[in-house]
Every structure is written in C-alpha cells, then in structure tokens.
Design a protein around this ligand. Structure first.
Ligand code: URP
Ligand code: ZN
Ligand code: ZN
Ligand code: ZN
Length: 484
C-alpha cells in the first residue's frame, strides 16, 4: 500500500518546488514528478508542508486545583485538525516525587494520542535523587529537555540555586533546559497587593505580571545558562523585554531560543478589560497578553530569526473551571487553548499579511523546533526517509473559528469569530490520513512516543570553550618574598 500526494507545491523551511510525494509504511519513500501509488491524494492548488510540531502543550495537566480539560485524545485530535502532527507535553513531578514515577503517569495518559508525541521533564524540586534520575530520563527514557518554572511560587517554582544545579546537570548530560521566565517572588507580592486593594478581577492578573517581571527573569535564566555552560530555551516569550534579552544573548554568541505563542502574537491586553467576567477570565494565562508594541516585537523576531518557534502552551480550562477564581483572580486556572488554531491563525495573520514568508512559516511551526529538539529530519522535513507527517495546505480554504465546531473539549475558543484563510485539505500522521477536507478520521492510540537523544555536539563545544577560557593561575618566575 502506498499513497501519492499529487499535483502540489512542496514548501519546506528552505525550498519551494513542484513535486509529488510518495508515502509507504509511514515514511516518505519518493519525491519527484509523475509518481504513482495505490492511493492518490489531490494536492492541486495546495502547499505540501511538514506537519506542525507544537513543543508546548499541557494535556490533562493537574494545575491550580484541577485538571486541564483536553486530554491526549481530544488534544491531539485538535492538533491534527489544524495541521499539527506532533505535540510535546510536560511531565510534572509534584515536589518530592520521583521523575521516573511522574513520567510513568504521563506515559499512561498518552496511550490515547492520535498523533506522535514526546515529553519534556519538569524540575520542580532539587535533591540527589533528582540529580541521579535526570541521567536515566535522558539516557534510558529518550528525553533531552528539562523545564524550570521561575513562577508559580509555592507550587512549581524553583529558585536560582536549584536552577543553576539543574542547568549544570543538563550541560553534563547534553540536555537543553527550558524556562518559564517570570519573577515568581515579585508576582506573588504584586498579587497580594492588588487583592488587598480590592483589585480581584481577571484584569488584575495582567497587572500582577508586567513585562519587566518577565524581562528580568529571562535575563537571569540566560545568565545562569551561561554560567552553567548550556544552551537555554525560553518558553512563551511574550514581550519586548524578554525578546531583547534573547536577541542580546544571541548576538553574544549564546545558544538561546525564544518561543512566542500564537495567542500573544494575535490577542492583546484589551481582552482583560472586557466587561464580561467570563470573557476576560477565559483569557487568563501566564504571561498575560500584552499591547501592540510587544506584539510587533515578537513578529519582528520571527521574521529576523531572533525568535525561532511559534507554540500554543495549550492548557484548556472550561468556563466552569475558570470560575474557581470569581472574587480572587489568583485562583483562575492559568491557561488557554490554541492547538487547532495555531497554524491557520499564523498563516492568516503572518503569511497572508506579509509579516513572514511561507518558508518561515514552516520553519517556525515545524522545522526549527525539530532541530532544537534533535528529532530532525525524522520530523520537520520533507525528505526521503522522514516520517510522513504531512499537511496538504489549502491557502483558499476558509472558516470562522467557533467553539461549536472545534475539536477541543472546552466550551469556548479565545479566537472565537476570527476568520482564517489557509487550512489543511489533508493531514497525515505517519502516512495515515487523519483529516480530509474538514472530516476527522483520527485513530485513537495511533500516536507513538518519539525518542529524543541528547545533543553531545553543543555541550561538547560549550564545555570545550569553557575549558579553553577557564581562569588559570599565572605561572611566575622569581616571586618576591612576602612583605610581612
Ligand atoms: O498560563 C499558562 N501558561 N498555563 C500553563 C502552564 C504554564 O505556565 O506554561
Ligand atoms: Zn535554594
Ligand atoms: Zn509557563
Ligand atoms: Zn506551559
């Protein structure tokens, strides 16, 4: 059995050309003109692109006294409907819990996934046990990324000495640390102050997390990574202050990556001033949405390459869950959805407006993160031998986003009412057609765990350079006698 995607234009991160793509046994087996196979998918008028990779999701995540409402089944169904063929979720040990035990819990949740997936491991506490288990997570379990929360004080937050210890361990293991960069101590005090002043609505969530708080933490995470001798990836970069820190570090030669979310690129802070409490609370996430100047900075970063990846941080809570925070904004579960909408929204607001090119679209939705996570060219590529995770993108197909027609399990959509032009005609996950002209044909349990090996090249280069430039005592001849 083979499938040929016929008559389309292949668009990758660096090339645009007309060719057919033949798929067999879940892999791309041939690329060229006039291919034949058992089945044909008509790609006339379409772009054939690597399926999206979303490196930041929280499916069925225990958080703020509840669980996010999309699980691995509905979440990956939403992903495929929007052209995303792989997600990377976060295994979150509760403080004191073994990393391996937490990973086991996430392994159990992910058996229902419709598309391929992987995990980042979160470091939520520090001990000799964590130090030791990090090696098993990298070498035995195939996970090369560790997430650190500088916010959520009293829950997931780690402090600087824990982060520095963990980053040094990442350097030794060839792993990449990820950081949620907000100063959690300052946020906690600002929250308490706002509440004491009677500011308890969802808008106070935004007031409690100003851009400076994110910028400071981003600078601090970058400095700690520099001292530890490892690269660092800043998740949900939402503001100019954080972007500026990343730009500056990259200009100094550091391997620092930044990940804006589609929500921050397209929605702004005025959402929190909506008179409808539910409307505003549904958009509560950390960091909060910002103003147009910050949005312009993020778009510029994607175009210029100082920011590399567009993700969603998909963490969907129902309106009923959001209402836990009526009367106290600090109890509104933080998180928004976006898995189904990331690629259509980015195409509509990015490619169609001329902010980014089609090739840059592929780079920031798929190829760059595949390289950063060390799964390229299995994912993120249209090459012979790569996984047939593909999206046949119809630039003329249009819809108005609505909670009534979405795959996500929640009862609203933060992009409700927005018309997007540019949608999948077909989405294929390892050669299997999961989405066909808007019809969902996903197969629960089809998704497989993708192993991600460490990056010895980067850590070897960084440790070699550190060794070359390490402080050394000057060897002197004829040292004078002590003056004492
Ligand atoms: O508000 C957010 N972003 N919720 C999900 C957890 C996180 O911080 O990424
Ligand atoms: Zn400490
Ligand atoms: Zn976060
Ligand atoms: Zn997140």
């Amino acid at each position: 059995m083979s499938t040929v995607i016929k008559g389309g234009t292949i668009v990758t991160a660096d090339l645009t050309y007309k060719a057919d793509v033949k798929v067999e046994g879940g892999k791309i087996v041939e690329i060229g003109p006039n291919l034949t196979g058992t089945d044909t998918l008509d790609a006339t008028g379409c772009y054939v692109m690597p399926g999206g990779v979303d490196p930041h999701t929280h499916l069925e995540m225990p958080f703020m006294g509840t669980y996010s409402s999309d699980d691995f089944e509905s979440g990956t169904r939403a992903a495929l409907a929007g052209g995303t063929t792989m997600v990377v979720d976060f295994a979150l040990p509760s403080p004191g819990q073994s990393l391996l035990e937490a990973l086991n819990m996430w392994d159990n949740k992910s058996t229902r996934a419709n598309c391929d997936y992987s995990f980042h491991m979160a470091i939520t506490w520090w001990s000799e046990q964590v130090f030791n288990e990090m090696e098993a997570i990298v070498k035995d379990k195939g996970i090369n990324t560790f997430k650190h929360f500088m916010a959520y004080k009293g829950a997931l937050m780690v402090d600087d000495d824990e982060m520095f210890s963990s980053f040094q361990r990442c350097a030794a293991l060839g792993a990449l640390p990820l950081v949620h960069a907000e100063n959690g101590d300052v946020v906690a005090q600002l929250q308490a102050k706002l509440l004491a002043e009677g500011n308890n609505g969802p808008e106070a969530h935004a007031y409690s997390r100003p851009a400076e708080v994110e910028g400071e933490a981003t600078n601090r995470a970058i400095m700690i990574a520099d001292m530890a001798g490892c690269p660092v990836y800043i998740v949900h970069t939402s503001c100019e202050q954080a972007h500026e820190a990343i730009r500056r570090a990259r200009a100094k030669g550091m391997r620092v990556f930044g990940e804006p979310l589609i929500q921050h690129l397209t929605l702004d802070e005025t959402e929190y001033f909506n008179k409808d409490w539910d409307h505003a609370a549904r958009r509560v996430m950390s960091p909060p949405f910002r103003n147009k100047l910050h949005q312009d900075s993020l778009w510029a970063g994607l175009a210029s390459g100082s920011l590399q990846v567009v993700a969603t941080d998909h963490c969907a809570f129902t309106t009923a869950q959001k209402r836990f925070g009526v009367g106290d904004f600090t109890k509104i579960p933080n998180g928004t959805g976006g898995l189904e909408d990331r690629m259509p929204m980015l195409w509509t607001y990015g490619v169609s407006t001329g902010r980014i090119t089609m090739n840059e679209f592929v780079a920031v939705t798929s190829t760059n993160i595949a390289k950063i996570l060390n799964i390229y060219p299995k994912k993120g590529a249209i090459l012979v031998g790569a996984d047939a995770d593909l999206v046949v993108w119809d630039p003329k197909r249009s819809k108005t986003i609505s909670a009534n027609t979405q795959q996500s399990a929640i009862d609203y959509n933060v992009f409700e009412g927005k018309t997007v032009t540019g949608l999948p005609r077909f989405t294929l996950t390892r050669g299997v057609v999961a989405i066909e002209e808007g019809t969902v044909k996903t197969q629960e349990g089809h998704g497989e765990f993708v192993r991600r090996d460490p990056f010895p090249a980067v850590s070897t280069a960084l440790s070699t350079w550190k060794e070359v430039t390490a402080p050394r005592a000057v060897q002197r001849i004829g040292i004078p006698a002590s003056g004492v």
